[in-house]
Design a protein around this ligand. Structure first.
Ligand code: NAI
Ligand code: MG
Length: 359
């Protein structure tokens, strides 16, 4: 009797990407031992690391590896070293954005949960953040990040710069359905975030989401302007269940939401929609702490749990990782970003060691 072999592509990227994704792989290996599973990891170059070696931030070989895998574990890309490159060769645009687009990963799920042990680690009051459990559904392959962008010279010697925010009916409908389905499985509330008082694309977004809501009478839908939403997220975050929004709005509000969880280093994500799923922390390559062993690997480790749950349908194994993280935090272990007085400070590898010990 043969074990089913799961092929996982690992794209570490740049900066702290390799440091944290290595820990997520160790955790997945521990889960494989505990549950007698067969995970086959293959790494690929992406981002600045790929540009330096091949001249492309997303080599064909990496794309082929992703297409041939059951799931992708992604680290992070970007950094000041590549800032001088034309926009399409930048690790962020030519690397991760292009990869999401190529693989059709239009639905980005970003759960924001506050581990009970970390309610006191946030800069916000514990009574505001404790019990928060929301999911940001970020549209990932359209909107402002994928519209036409260019510069053109003006007769007065200046420059005109253009970014465009575009959506089609079907792009809005499909992300709305992902969000409604998720809300249906959770507490039945969906907040659609837009700027419909100013943007034409947002006015239409609101119309389409309202239309889709007719298929989900069991989900209560509310619309909220993005500026008010930014305020509500820190004032009373427990009001939210599932939130759905345009690409850049989701990028910004999810970094903001990470403060509820204690740190950007805590938030995982799943990018779905195509034939394979991609799993990555919501944070970037953190050049300011690269090489210092301070990076919190939990966002990447929890991304590994999402990978097991969504792409491999191994929910018991995913639960095991999430419980191991919660227990490690209960025991007091903290990386620098979530440090609390009197609690043992650990580095990137040591945090993973504790989580593996729990598994
Ligand atoms: P960042 O998310 O890399 O870092 C913001 C702040 O959070 C920094 O102070 C960093 O040290 C801290 N931080 C992030 N992850 C952490 C972790 N795991 N543990 C502890 N602290 C952590 O955002 P920043 O500095 O604006 O961007 C750095 C580079 O990353 C840029 O080139 C940016 O374009 C790129 N980026 C890439 C993303 C991706 O690969 N998906 C996403 C966001 C940014
Ligand atoms: Mg971001």
């Amino acid at each position: 009797e043969g074990l089913e072999m799961y092929k996982i592509a690992v794209l570490p990227g740049d900066g702290i990407g390799p440091e944290i994704s290595a820990q997520a792989v160790r955790v997945l290996e521990a889960v494989a031992r505990r549950f007698n599973r067969d995970f086959y990891f293959t790494s690929g170059l992406v981002g600045g690391a790929a540009y330096d070696e091949t001249g492309s931030p997303l080599p064909e070989k990496t794309l082929a590896l992703c297409r041939d895998s059951d799931a992708i574990l992604f680290g992070a890309v970007g950094g000041p070293r590549w800032d001088h490159l034309p926009v399409n060769l930048r690790p962020e645009v030519g690397g991760i954005l292009a990869l999401r687009k190529e693989l059709g990963l239009y639905a980005n799920l970003r759960p924001v949960r506050v581990f009970p042990a970390l309610a006191g680690a946030s800069t916000l009051k514990p009574e505001v953040v404790s019990g928060v459990d929301l999911v940001i559904v970020r549209e990932l392959t359209g909107g402002l990040y994928f519209g036409k962008k260019y510069r053109e010279p003006l007769p007065d010697g200046g420059t005109r710069v253009v970014d465009t925010l575009e959506y089609t009916t079907s792009e809005i409908e499909r992300i709305a359905r992902v969000a409604f389905n998720l809300a249906r499985q959770r507490r039945g509330k969906l907040t659609s975030v837009d700027k419909a008082n100013v943007l034409e694309s947002s006015r239409y977004w609101r119309e389409v989401v309202t239309g889709v809501s007719r298929d989900y009478p069991d989900v209560s839908l509310e619309h909220m302007y993005v500026d008010n939403c930014a305020m509500q997220l820190v004032k009373n975050p427990k009001q939210f269940d599932v939130m759905v929004m345009e690409n850049m709005f989701g990028d910004i509000l999810s970094d903001q939401s990470s403060v509820l969880s204690g740190s950007l280093g805590m938030l995982a994500s799943a990018s779905l929609g195509g034939n394979t799923g991609l799993y990555e922390p919501i944070h970037g390559s953190a050049p300011d702490i690269t090489g210092t062993r301070q990076a919190n690997p939990i966002a990447s480790i929890l991304s590994g749990a999402m990978l097991l749950r969504f792409s491999l349908q191994l929910s018991e194994e995913a639960d095991c990782i999430e419980k191991a993280v919660a227990e490690t935090l209960n025991q007091g272990y903290r990386t620098a970003d979530i440090a609390q007085p009197g609690m043992p400070l650990v580095n990137t590898t040591q945090m993973a060691d504790q989580i593996i010990a729990q598994i």
